[in-house]
Design a protein around this ligand. Sequence first.
Ligand code: BG6
Length: 282
Amino acid sequence: MAVITTSVHPNGLEYIEVTSELCYARILLQGAQIDSFIPKGQAPLLWVSSADDYQPGNGIRGGIPVCWPWFGQHPNPGWPQHGFARNRQWRHLSSEIQDEVVTLKFVLPLLEADRRFWPHNTRVELHCRFGQQLRVSLININLDNHPVTLTQALHSYFPIGDIHQLVARGFKGAHYIEFGNGPYAQTTDDVHFVQETDRVYNGLGDEQQLQTPHGVIVVKRAHSQSAVLWNPWIEKSQRLSRFNDDDYLQMVCLEAANVREDAVTLAPGERHELTTEISWQI
Ligand code: BG6
């Protein structure tokens, strides 16, 4: 029988744990950030840096940070990278268990202080479905009387064992921007990693795979034509917060996104659902 418990980390962060016949999962209320998902009998599907000491106020370096309502750097100087949702306290709305599949729903309460960054009346929820796969949906509803445009990403960190052996698949036909240059056409299906990689793909099909020495991770997306593929490599690893110098060997981010030409514009009353689904290929 699935069990859902709430606890507090020694440093003060609240989290919810799910233990079922299908998986183990953990999600922090700060950022509604999932930091662990382990399908029953399989290896963990998400990576977290051992350098992160889970201090309140920081996003955790791993799992699935929610980037909202903008992805990357904002043109306004000093505004937080990847928006403000990942550092803020979300509210747990509901829990549901059906055939051992657990669905948890969260809402981000928008505070008066957020109006500086986000002067719009919208509702944003995160729905997490923990079964043999992990499905995460970031839902936006425009409650305002004018159109609203946003960019966003589910910034998933994956444990890939050895970056030198990783092959990321399913990219042919897309185009990407990297370090402000491009767009470049992606002519091969496979991506290998030999240097810092920080690509924003657009025009991407809805499934990619990460072929690791320990198995193949399948990453599906819905209502998303864009994704980010990131590995910081040697020098950037040394500059990153809450990240060990050699962590780049063990992780890659493949992020379901709505960025650049795939930004979301919602008419008044409109709803959008960005979804990613993650599993080990069996
Ligand atoms: C990626 C960006 O999505 O996130 C990178 O493409 C960035 O450029 C990385 O370095 C991590 O960002 P942060 O803000 O969590 O350190």
